[in-house]
Design a protein around this ligand. Structure first.
Ligand code: PA5
Length: 423
């Protein structure tokens, strides 16, 4: 069974008629997404033909890396690493190289720790940058080239570096000149919509994940969005949160009882934060991993300002079974747990939270998947991407630009170029 979206008692928050009306409008926007020409070059992610390019090259190089590397360094930031990281970190544990992340921080300590972890190992790197102007991946690629140049011959180094960038970019120029494998970051796909391009497909293949199943998940969600938009989770989700936003619910917390979804939540925050947060509009996206965060944010969720939407991300099969053997005589007051599985405890905690937060006046939604799999990630990513595109239009903002991110960059670049503390 695919992704299911459940709405918890929306009657208290939304009228049936207004919901049907908004759904009809959102479905029309969604249909339009597939009919539209793409002069702005932002809709390349709609189909796998536009995004999932170079699959043979990806599979072949990934196989080589899986055989030869002990460490694979994924260099990218924002949309250039979040999708791959979300899946790899949720599904790790397979044989293959250790995946390390760079290009996503300016902390000298963090960069140093990664370089330390690479020492003495067989290292391959994948540098991903759409424009190759971003400071983090640009500066880290410099350091990595220097690091590799001291350890490998030019020929060996060329074999070990893969770059993913746009055609015609400076990064492509470097790759062609130095003989690095060059993978396409399709021009018509923005970073946060790049989950089905080589940006994510290549690292997933290196991590030993089934990119065929992942793309099947995407295709199944695309079929729903394109052919039956009014019934698709993407359209229903966009409609509900847009209506709630109009009623003052301007913060959305994505909550999961599955820590393996931690990086998916981060990906989702980027998608919606950069997708909607502009022109003084947008729902602020935040994330929580329960049960840990019930002991911090849980208080606010239950009893704080009522401007919150809570979107649960649930997995039916927790992926492991761990019963607690009876231990009479411990005297710890926990005898009611005798024989109980942690899977059951986690489910009960989730059901109790879902009920309590709804009773506390929080509009709650729930995305549910059977298990954490490549297929499920493919579906979830695609539904959220369509939902964000539809939501931007409902809100009257461009879901594909991120001009706001440029403001701090301009100021930072000016300071760095002139080597001053303040502009
Ligand atoms: O969604 C986006 O376009 C951005 O978040 C980018 O992914 C991010 O800024 C990284 O950009 P680049 O790949 O050009 O380094």
């Amino acid at each position: 069974m695919g992704v299911i979206l459940e709405l918890g008692d929306m009657e208290g928050f939304l009228g049936q008629e207004e919901l049907e009306g908004r759904k009809a409008r959102a479905a029309e926007i969604c249909r339009g997404l597939y009919r539209r020409e793409d002069p702005g070059q932002v809709l390349g992610w709609r189909t796998s033909e536009g995004s999932a390019v170079q699959l043979d090259e990806i599979r072949k190089k990934a196989e080589e890396i899986r055989k030869e590397a002990q460490v694979f360094v994924l260099v990218g930031v924002g949309g250039s690493n979040q999708a791959a990281r979300a899946v790899i970190e949720a599904m790790k544990g397979r044989p293959g190289p250790e995946v390390l992340y760079l290009g996503n921080t300016l902390s000298p300590y963090s960069v140093y720790e990664v370089l330390k972890a690479m020492e003495g190992k067989s290292v391959y790197i994948n540098v991903i940058a759409k424009n190759f102007e971003t400071l983090e991946p640009g500066s880290h690629f410099r350091i990595l080239r220097q690091w590799m140049g001291k350890r490998y011959s030019p020929k060996e180094m060329a074999k070990r570096i893969v770059v993913t960038g746009t055609a015609g970019s400076r990064l492509e120029g470097i790759a062609r000149r130095e003989g690095y494998l060059f993978l396409q970051f399709p021009v018509a796909v923005g970073g946060r919509y790049s989950a089905f391009t080589p940006v994510a497909l290549f690292p997933l293949a290196v991590a030993g994940l089934d990119i065929g199943a992942y793309l099947e998940g995407m295709e199944s969600a695309r079929g729903e969005c394109q052919n039956r938009p009014e019934a698709s989770p993407a359209v229903i989700y966009a409609s509900v949160r847009n209506l709630l936003y109009g009623k003052g619910y301007d913060i959305e917390v994505m909550a999961s009882f599955e820590p393996r979804f931690g990086f998916l939540e981060k990906w989702w925050m980027q998608l919606f934060g950069e997708g909607e947060g502009k022109e003084k509009k947008g729902i602020f996206p935040a994330a929580a991993i329960y049960s840990e965060d019930l002991h911090s944010l849980g208080q606010y969720m239950q009893d704080g300002r009522r401007n919150l939407i809570e979107t649960f991300l649930t997995v039916q099969d927790g992926g492991a079974s761990l019963p607690i053997e009876p231990c009479p005589g411990y005297g710890d007051g926990f005898d009611y747990l005798d024989g109980m599985d942690f899977g059951r405890m986690n489910k009960v905690a989730e059901a109790a939270t879902w009920n309590a937060h709804r009773q506390g006046g929080v509009p709650c939604l729930r995305f549910q998947v059977d298990e954490i799999s490549e297929q499920a990630f493919g579906e979830l990513f695609y539904y959220f991407m369509v939902s964000c595109a539809v939501s931007g239009e409902l809100m009257g903002v461009d879901p594909f630009g991120q001009e706001g991110v440029e403001a701090y960059k301009r100021s930072m670049f000016a300071m760095l170029r002139h080597n001053v503390e303040e502009d």
